[in-house]
Write a protein that binds this ligand. Structure first.
Ligand code: NDP
Length: 451
C-alpha cells in the first residue's frame, strides 16, 4: 500500500526556481515540495496545465502585504510588531484563511500556511480561495487591554485589504474568539459597516456560527474515523494521544471521547501531561480557555496524572495520534517510535506537523495517515458555513451545523481516497488530497484566463 511519490523531472526545475525566488523560507519550500511531489501523474493526464504554467503560477502568491503594527503596552512603552497577509489564490473564491499570532511568525510560515490553504479550501467543495496572515506578536503574558490595543492596531492597516467578497480571515494559533472580537470591532468602527462576513470565528452574540469553535478538532476526528472504517476499525476502546492543548486539541479530545476512544496525553510548549485514566477535558478547558494557564497545572488537580517537563508526547504508546499543536512537531524518529509502539492512524489537526522524513515513515509502514490539508479542513469549511449564515442572515442549530461538518469530512475523505485509487496509490491520502485539491483550482485557473 501507499508508497511515497518522487518529484517528476519536469516539475523539479519549477521547484528549484521556487527555492531560488523565495530564499530562506524553509517551511514554504517544504509545503511546496510536498504538493509538487504528487503532481507528476497529473501533468501526464492534463497537458493543458503545463501549457498554462499552472504550477508556476500557483506557487506565486497573487499579493503579499507586510506592514508595521505599532502599539503601546500597559507601562506606556511603544512596541512594534510586523503584520502579514498573503493573498495566495482567489480562483475559487475570496481569499480565506486564518491569522496566526506567535513570535515564530515570519513570511515563510505565512506562505507555507497560505499555500496549503489553497488546496485545503478546494477540498472542502466550498467557494473559497486561499490566504493566510498573522504577526510575530506574542500574546502570552499580555493583559486583555494589551491584546485589544494590538488587535486594533493590526486591523487599522489590514482592514483596507479585507471584505466579504475579497478576503475573509479567521483564527489560528494565538487568535481565538477574543482576538476576532477586537478585530471585528475595529473593522466595523473604521468602515462604518456591519459586515459580518468579513471575519469568521466570531462570537455567537455578533454573527458567529455554532460549531465553528469545535470544527477543526471535531472534523479531524471525523476524518480519522473514516480512515479507521476503511480498515474495519473504529475509535471504540482505542488509546489516543493529542498534542497541544489549544482550540484544535481540546475539541479533538472531546470528539474522541464521544466516539469511545480514550485520550491519555496532551501538551503545550513546556511539556506533556500523561493521565492514564483519561484526560479530564473539563479541567483542560477551564485551565486553557477560561483561566489561560499552563497545562502543567493539570497535575496539581489529578494526583495520578504526571507532568513531563520538556517531554516528547510521541514516546507515549497509542493506537491513534493526532498532532494538534504546530508545524514539524513529529520528526522521522518520532514517527518510527509511533509505528513501533503500535500506532495505526495519524490525523493531523495541525498544519504540516510531520516532517518529510516522518511522512515517509508513515507511508512506508502503510498505516492510515491523514495529512492536515484534508484532515483539518473542517475548520475552514465551518467558516464557510458561517459566511453562508451571515449572507442569509440566518443562524443554524448546533445539530444541523455539526451534521453538515460531518458530511463535509466524509466527502473529503471519499474524494481523497477515490483520487488515490484513480492515481494508482490507494490509501495514500497525501497524493489523494494534493491531487484532488490541485485539479479543482487548476481547472478554475485555466477557465479564468491569464490573470
Ligand atoms: P491555539 O493557539 O489555540 O493552540 C496551540 C497549541 O499548540 C497550544 O497548546 C500551544 O502551546 C501549542 N503550540 C503552539 N506553538 C507551539 C510550538 N512552537 N511548540 C510547541 N507547542 C506549540 O492554536 P490552534 O489550536 O488554533 O492551532 C493548532 C494547530 O492547528 C496549528 O497548526 C494551526 O495552524 C492548526 N489549525 C487550526 C485551525 C483552527 O480552526 N484554529 C484550523 C486548521 C488548522 P503554548 O500555549 O505553550 O504555545
Amino acid at each position: 500500500m501507499a508508497a511515497a511519490v518522487r518529484m517528476d523531472e519536469k516539475i523539479e526545475p519549477i521547484f528549484q526556481e521556487v527555492i531560488q525566488r523565495n530564499p530562506g523560507e524553509v517551511e514554504f519550500h517544504q509545503a511546496v515540495r510536498e504538493v509538487l511531489e504528487s503532481l507528476g501523474p497529473v501533468l501526464v493526464k492534463h497537458p493543458e496545465y503545463t501549457h498554462h504554467k499552472i504550477i508556476e503560477r500557483i506557487c506565486e502568491p497573487e499579493r503579499q502585504i507586510i506592514f508595521r503594527v505599532p502599539w503601546q503596552d500597559d507601562k506606556g512603552n511603544v512596541q512594534i510588531n510586523r503584520g502579514f497577509r498573503v493573498e495566495f489564490n482567489s480562483a475559487l473564491g475570496p481569499y480565506k484563511g486564518g491569522l496566526r499570532f506567535h513570535p515564530s511568525v515570519y513570511l515563510g510560515i505565512i506562505k507555507f500556511l497560505g499555500f496549503e490553504q489553497i488546496f485545503k479550501n478546494s477540498l472542502t467543495g466550498m467557494p473559497i480561495g486561499g490566504g493566510k496572515g498573522g504577526s510575530d506578536f506574542d500574546p502570552k503574558g499580555k493583559s486583555d487591554s494589551e491584546i485589544m490595543r494590538f488587535c486594533q492596531s493590526f486591523m487599522t492597516e489590514l482592514y483596507r485589504h479585507l471584505g466579504e467578497y475579497t478576503d475573509v480571515p479567521a483564527g489560528d494559533i494565538g487568535v481565538g474568539g477574543r482576538e476576532i472580537g477586537y478585530m471585528f470591532g475595529q473593522y466595523k468602527r473604521i468602515t462604518n459597516r456591519y459586515e459580518s462576513g468579513v471575519l469568521t470565528g466570531k462570537g455567537l452574540s455578533y454573527g458567529g456560527s455554532l460549531v465553528r469553535t469545535e470544527a477543526t478538532g471535531y472534523g479531524a476526528t471525523f476524518f480519522v474515523n473514516e480512515m479507521l472504517k476503511v480498515r474495519g476499525q473504529s475509535f471504540e476502546g482505542k488509546t489516543c494521544v493529542v498534542s497541544g492543548s489549544g482550540n484544535v486539541a481540546i475539541y479533538t479530545i472531546e470528539k474522541i471521547h464521544q466516539l469511545g476512544g480514550k485520550v491519555v496525553a496532551c501538551s503545550d510548549s513546556n511539556g506533556v501531561i500523561y493521565h492514564e485514566a483519561g484526560i479530564d477535558l473539563e479541567l483542560v478547558q477551564r485551565l486553557k480557555e477560561v483561566e489561560r494557564r499552563r497545562i502543567k497545572d493539570y497535575a496539581t488537580y489529578h494526583k495520578d496524572a504526571k507532568f513531563i517537563e520538556g517531554g516528547n508526547i510521541w514516546e507515549i504508546p497509542c493506537q491513534v495520534a493526532m498532532p494538534s499543536a504546530t508545524q514539524n512537531e513529529i520528526n522521522g524518529r518520532d514517527a518510527k517510535l509511533l509505528v513501533k509502539n503500535g500506532c495505526i492512524a495519524i490525523g493531523e489537526g495541525a498544519n504540516m506537523p510531520t516532517t518529510p522524513e516522518g511522512v515517509k515513515v508513515f507511508l512506508d509502514a502503510g498505516i492510515a495517515y491523514g495529512p492536515g490539508k484534508a484532515a483539518n479542513a473542517g475548520g475552514v469549511a465551518t467558516s464557510a458555513l458561517e459566511m453562508q449564515q451571515n449572507a442569509s442572515r440566518d443562524a443554524w442549530t448546533f445539530e444541523f451545523t455539526e451534521k453538515k461538518l460531518e458530511d463535509i469530512m466524509v466527502n473529503i475523505h471519499q474524494l481523497c481516497y477515490e483520487t488515490s485509487e484513480e492515481y494508482g496509490v490507494p490509501g495514500n491520502y497525501v497524493a489523494g488530497s494534493n491531487i484532488a485539491g490541485f485539479i479543482k483550482v487548476a481547472d478554475a485557473m485555466v477557465a479564468l484566463g491569464l490573470i
